[in-house]
Design a protein around this ligand. Structure first.
Ligand code: RTP
Ligand code: MG
Length: 138
């Protein structure tokens, strides 16, 4: 059986705050493999495809602006149940209420902006992972 794969992004706030190493450390410490990794300055087109499910929501435009505000580290991570496992490591969307012990709970904070700057993204299903990995690792 080949290992499951997911797309993890260290968002611009994580890169700007020099948290890339700490986030990669947590992924590796959990036992997942970093199968591929790249530093990306994404286009609006790439982000629009990535976040197509959120088009029309109030936070959509601020989300794209935020994701365009700096460099992003894209990671192809693999391991048994890595999709669910990384979502658990990341914590819930809002960093204020994300559980301590998670990436967002330990390292994230609510800046009072129109969008949650919550350090990381992780694919939420096998279908999303396949679609997103094809976008970021074309
Ligand atoms: P992600 O997709 O980035 O892993 O995060 P998620 O599943 O926890 O959150 P999702 O609902 O998919 O939303 C995508 C990203 O949009 C920003 N967001 N801000 N009301 C807000 O301020 C708000 N809601 C969503 C976050 O950056 C979130 O991760
Ligand atoms: Mg999501």
């Amino acid at each position: 059986m080949s290992a499951e794969e997911t797309l993890i992004l260290v968002k611009p706030d994580g890169v700007a705050r020099n948290l890339t190493g700490e986030i990669l450390r947590r992924i590796e410490a959990k036992g997942y493999q970093i199968a591929d990794l790249r530093m990306v300055t994404p286009s609006r087109e790439l982000l629009a495809e990535h976040y197509a499910e959120h088009e029309g929501k109030p936070f959509y435009e601020p989300l794209l602006e935020f994701m365009l505000s700096g460099r992003i580290v894209a990671v192809r991570a693999s391991g048994n149940r890595v999709i669910e496992g990384f979502r658990s490591l990341a914590g819930t969307t809002d960093p204020t209420t994300a559980a301590p012990g998670t990436i967002r709970g330990d390292l994230g904070r609510d800046w009072g902006l129109a969008v949650q700057q919550n350090l990381v993204h992780g694919s939420d299903s096998t279908e999303s992972a396949e679609r997103e990995l094809a976008l970021w690792f074309a």
